[in-house]
Design a protein around this ligand. Sequence first.
Ligand code: ZN
Ligand code: ZN
Length: 338
Amino acid sequence: MKAALYEGKKQIRIVDIPKPAPQKGEVLVKVKYAGICGSDLEFYKTGLWPAPCVLGHEITGTIAEIGSEVKRWKIGDRVTIFPGLPCGKCFYCQRGNTNLCDGSFEGIGIGRNGGFEEFLVVPVQCLISLPDVIPFKHGTVFDQIGTGLCALREVNFVAGNSAVVFGLGTIGQFMLQCLKIAGASSIVVVDKNPYRLEIAKKFDPDYALKKLFLTKIKRANKRGASGADFVFECSGAPVLVNAALDVVCKGGTIVQIGLWDKPVEINLLKYVINQNRIQGIISCIRQDYEFAIDLVARKLIDPDPIVTKIIPLDDIVEEGFECGIDPEIKDIKILVEP
Ligand SMILES: [Zn+2]
Ligand SMILES: [Zn+2]
């Protein structure tokens, strides 16, 4: 079968490898689509992740073979894959924070082979049924929606709070949609990429800005020039981290979802004087993922404008990864169809 093998910095090659066989408690999934994530792009750009392996942790497909002792599932079932493999035993898992698990550093497409190949073996604990009302091309986005839901939950966002979103990649776009259904009183989104701004406008933010118009952003909530209750920083651009400090209200919270590849200088004195909080968010737990499926099934969240391109596995380097790391990119979520 065909697989896209990641072999280090800027090295991904289409290879022919044997089709794996599911063992006890595992199934073989025929991949329909696998989304290219920002972290996959980061691994490609930097070579940060140990090679060789097959990347891709945003996966949907059908069950093709069943291993021994697998009960609930049958061949042909439509599934989406929760990529995390929390140990279930450590302090954090016991507390329900499985995204902070201390015992397992692996997941599907993160350590174990992922979705940029025709078939992959998955333990049954990662399988979640994909409802018939959700087309396959919307079957890979639930961890990105789930991250937005996890953020809202962790910071106790309530209806009537005001929000700013920096960065309109997949996470930022879904953050906007999550804030809409959570009852945000005002939402400002900022991104310098005009294509991404146009897509965000479909979801009716109060302002979609290509530049940091600080006064406009601070006044968007119409409560005086006090700033927003929450700033969701989804870009990872160092300049926006400090801009977040400028537009959050006193006592407000900055939610850091974007990742940095090096340490960033932050004006901590401002935090102290303004009594701000900063909350990091990493991925989501299975309940967030399942809630995301439910929201898409009920058409309360629409992934359609976010999934902008589907490419064959053979084109994964040029049309997928090279395209994905281009700052002028016109796409948001690129799916690979092996
Ligand atoms: Zn991801
Ligand atoms: Zn654990």
